[in-house]
Write a protein that binds this ligand. Structure first.
Ligand code: AMP
Length: 379
């Protein structure tokens, strides 16, 4: 029997407001069209990837309250495509229109200390950590948790920016200078075997759906490839999904969350949560072509109060990010029989800039993604 529809569900034709105009906003807008939903993007920069795909665009600063008020009155729900939307912007909007995920979830994810403290309170394992506010505090944190460790700014860090490795006492002063002497956390360095992520969704009705964990490989601190299935045991995959499910439940979260984990192998694999992202996530792009319902559609379903879609995979897949000049290979990639190409419409090519990605599909269970991988947690 069909379950009753969530009373707050927004019908097709509704307008979803998206804060941010990057490629994630573009892919949300592209996923909205088949559902009959419209997207109105609010972005500080007119020349953005989402502008080419959305139904309406507001170009204004995130602290422009007049523009925000107009935006709020033009949309049925607001969501974000990146996490550095000022908390005050989210709160201003939330007083006028539903904002999903909640400003509270956004605020927790914006501050690494709040984030890790929340994760611990939710029962998720994380690297041991301490808040650091000044150089003396950094010395105390090193004495408390030991070395090697990683010093990270509490706010505005991404893709390895705002981080410094502290391997020996001699690195402490330089590390503090390198991150700009701003509030930070010091984390134990985790000697992980590999990095995984789980893309989790929680609907407005509380239903939770998690996609299969991806194995993520970074190059120069930027995601290079995600491989699914990750070559881990079924028990490890289930444990990773269970951690992600607990996190979204404990936050009363609505939407897609990217949960990044470190897997340390050995007889008893250990999963530490590194980071949670309150939005669709680069390591979930594989769902566009390997699942019936992509993370982008799933996010829209969640924030609009629709039933969540089935996160099951119908293919094995490797997602490769096309960074900088790599996107110039588009002709070759387009000619590959098993490749789905996604380009973000960015005019200016810069080294390391995310220009697009390609999902290479393999028959379910055929194993090509896992073949090249070596680490201890092989099934
Ligand atoms: P983050 O910005 O927290 O996602 O960190 C970027 C990358 O730095 C991660 O993907 C890891 O490869 C590495 N990293 C971050 N924190 C740690 C840690 N505590 N131990 C080991 N590696 C880390």
């Amino acid at each position: 029997m069909t379950p009753p529809l969530e009373p707050r569900a927004l019908p097709p034709g509704s307008v979803v407001g998206i804060l941010g105009g990057g490629q994630l906003g573009r892919m949300l807008a592209l996923a909205a069209a088949p559902l009959g939903l419209r997207c109105h993007v609010f972005t500080p920069s007119a020349a953005c990837p989402a502008a080419q795909a959305c139904d309406a665009l507001t170009v204004a600063a995130f602290d422009d309250t007049e523009a925000l008020a107009r935006f709020a009155s033009a949309v049925s729900v607001v969501t974000y495509e990146f996490e550095n939307v000022p908390a005050r912007t989210a709160e201003f909007l939330a007083a006028r229109v539903p904002v999903r995920p909640s400003p509270r979830a956004l605020a927790i994810c914006q501050d690494r200390f709040e984030e890790k403290s929340f994760l611990r309170s939710a029962g998720a394992a994380t690297a041991d950590f301490r808040a650091v506010d000044e150089l003396d505090g950094l010395h105390r944190a090193v004495a408390a948790i030991g070395l090697p460790a990683v010093l990270k700014t509490r706010r505005l860090g991404y893709d390895g920016k705002g981080q410094a490795a502290i391997r020996a006492d001699a690195d402490i002063a330089a590390g503090w200078a390198a991150i700009g002497q701003v509030p930070a956390i010091l984390e134990v360095f985790v000697a992980f075997d590999c990095e995984l992520s789980v893309i989790a969704a929680r609907g407005l009705d509380g239903d939770v759906a998690c996609y299969d964990p991806a194995l993520n490989v970074h190059e120069n601190h930027v995601l290079a490839r995600s491989t699914v299935p990750a070559p881990v045991t079924a028990a490890t995959a289930a444990a990773a999904r269970a951690i992600a499910a607990t996190i979204v439940r404990r936050l009363d979260y609505v939407g897609i969350m990217g949960v990044e984990l470190f897997l340390s192998g050995g007889a008893e694999p250990v999963l530490h949560v590194n980071e949670i992202a309150p939005r669709v996530h680069n390591s979930g792009h594989w769902t566009q072509d390997a699942c019936t319902v992509s993370q982008f559609e799933q996010h829209l379903r969640a924030v609009c109060g629709w039933p969540l879609g089935d996160p099951a995979r119908h293919h094995d897949v490797i997602m490769e990010n096309l960074l900088g000049a790599a996107a110039e290979r588009w002709r070759d990639i387009a000619a590959e029989p098993n490749a789905a190409l996604h380009l973000y419409g960015k005019d200016e090519v810069r080294a390391g800039r995310k220009m697009g990605h390609v999902n290479r599909l393999y028959p379910l269970g055929s194993g090509p993604p896992a073949r090249k991988l070596t680490f201890r947690d092989r099934p």
